[in-house]
Write a protein that binds this ligand. Structure first.
Ligand code: GLU
Length: 470
């Protein structure tokens, strides 16, 4: 059985893969030689469950996405004050590798352009506190710290792509120029050669879209990796990193990105994009053809789709969307109707656990509905009828409506039934559409206004199945 969420991602894939616009990064041979047609999308939801389609286990280099992570690490190890004394937080509106700094402070304008990213790496190399507790050491040690941190956020051991690292080093004149310029201004906190070396290594870490999605969900989750339960970052640091990703993450296309996609994100010339919906989910996308800004063409398109189709823009305001499943129980907690015959009552009492009830609350948007769909999928094998109670649900957005319809279809294909308790008719769209297909048989009338009616329908289904079995 294919999850309705994966179905959605496939739909996005089929729309994106027909697009062959854009060019591979060609400043090093390794990037110029990748297969331009590869494509993958992964979405990691609040508990770390990952949905993916396409080449989601294909590794590529993280490149500039590393800037957000190393900035986070520098904030954690050096403290916000120290980092702020070296790197600004203003969007530059310039190309990522522009050789420019703030006119007054001479500091790099933000950590997402190369000057700021090289400085963040340099801060890891600078001597730590007087007591030495935050000393990271030389480039090898600092890189080990970086790799441990990235791996902890991804929930698996990541590794360095040696060939890419060597090529970055061999062709890195511009980044060296930036580092030396910063040194000449007196704002480079470490040896410029060491700083760029560390920066080249961090750019050459291999990741998959599944990794990016889990890293994103670690940020979405306030710094705790939802798969491992390990705290990787402080909430204050996460807030800072997501803010800077929002204003400066997508190279010089940031304004358009915030307006149309509305997710803090960072892209890399390797073709990856990491996006985050705070409090809810992380997204990883890969496709190596790039637009004029250096962002993955299909990746941007996929993110636009995800945001629009799944209602993910961070400024979509939903009430109480976090706790969607209020309670779940089986039919033992429900009274058996007394107007049944004694034989029926005995049968129903013995089979009440085949009825499951999910009571929902809040507004139903993608993330909450996704958890409902997954819960139903996990209990479907052990139930015949699932009652979903919507009495406390305020509104239901279009994607949730469609997900519920998809879920119902797949339950029916499996010979299962479900009943929706919807006293206020919030599922009207679905109601109207589905009623047309409903036979007159009351046991198939899947939408009721009270729980008592729903239980009756569920009991009818159980009794009918018993009768059919003879
Ligand atoms: N290693 C690349 C550079 O600094 C990364 C560029 C990017 O992904 O934007 O030139």
């Amino acid at each position: 059985m294919v999850s309705v969420v994966v179905d959605y991602l496939r739909h996005i894939e089929s729309d994106c893969v027909v697009n062959n616009v854009g060019e591979l990064a060609d400043y090093i041979p390794e990037l110029a030689a990748v297969d331009p047609d590869r494509f993958a999308v992964s979405v990691a939801v609040h508990d770390g469950h990952v949905y993916s389609i396409g080449d989601s286990s294909l590794e590529f280099t993280i490149q500039s996405i590393s800037k957000a992570l190393t900035y986070a690490l520098a904030l954690s190890l050096r403290g916000v004050e120290t980092v702020d004394a070296h790197i600004g937080v203003e969007p530059s509106g310039e190309a990522f590798n522009e050789i420019s700094v703030d006119a007054r402070t001479r500091n790099p304008k933000n950590p997402m352009i190369n000057a700021g990213a090289i400085t963040a790496a340099a801060l890891l190399l600078a001597p730590g506190d007087e007591d030495g507790t935050t000393d990271v050491g030389d480039v090898d040690e600092a890189f080990r710290t970086i790799l441990d941190f990235y791996s902890g956020c991804a929930g698996r051991r990541l590794s360095l792509d040696d060939a890419v690292y060597r090529s970055e080093t061999a062709s890195g004149s511009r980044n060296r120029a930036i580092a030396y310029m910063l040194e000449s201004y007196g704002v480079m906190p470490a040896d410029p050669e060491d700083a760029v070396d560390l920066y080249f290594r961090q750019c050459s870490v291999r990741v998959t879209t599944d990794d990016l999605a889990v890293i994103g969900s670690t940020l979405a989750n306030g710094g705790i990796n939802p798969r491992t339960g390990r705290r990787m970052l402080d909430q204050v640091v996460v807030r800072r990193v997501l803010s800077v990703m929002t204003t400066c993450g997508m190279y010089d296309g940031a304004g358009d990105w915030v307006t149309s996609v509305g997710l803090p994100a960072k892209s890399g010339v390797g073709g990856g994009i990491l996006a985050v919906l705070p409090g809810q989910l992380g997204i990883g996308v890969y496709s190596p053809r790039l637009d004029e800004h250096g962002n993955s063409v299909r990746g941007v398109r996929a993110c636009r789709h995800l945001s629009a189709d799944l209602g993910l823009h961070m400024f979509n305001v939903a009430r109480e969307s976090r706790v969607t499943i209020r309670s779940t129980y089986d039919g033992h907690e429900l009274e058996v109707g007394t107007d049944r015959s004694t034989v029926e009552q005995v049968y129903l009492r013995a089979h009440r656990d085949r009825i499951r009830v999910l009571e929902l609350q809040g507004d139903l948007t993608f993330s909450g509905t996704e958890s409902v769909v997954r819960r139903v999928e996990s209990i479907r094998a052990d139930s015949e009828v699932i009652i979903v109670e919507l009495r406390r649900v305020g509104i239901i957005d279009e994607v949730s409506r469609r997900m519920l319809i998809g879920l119902r279809r797949s339950l029916r294909e499996d010979g299962k039934e479900w009943v929706i308790v919807d006293p206020d008719g919030i599922l009207v769209g679905m109601d109207r559409r589905s009623r047309e297909r409903l036979p007159a048989n009351p046991s198939e009338a899947a939408i009721t206004s009270t729980m008592a009616e729903a239980v009756e329908v569920a009991e009818d289904v159980l009794l009918k199945q018993a009768a059919n079995r003879g």
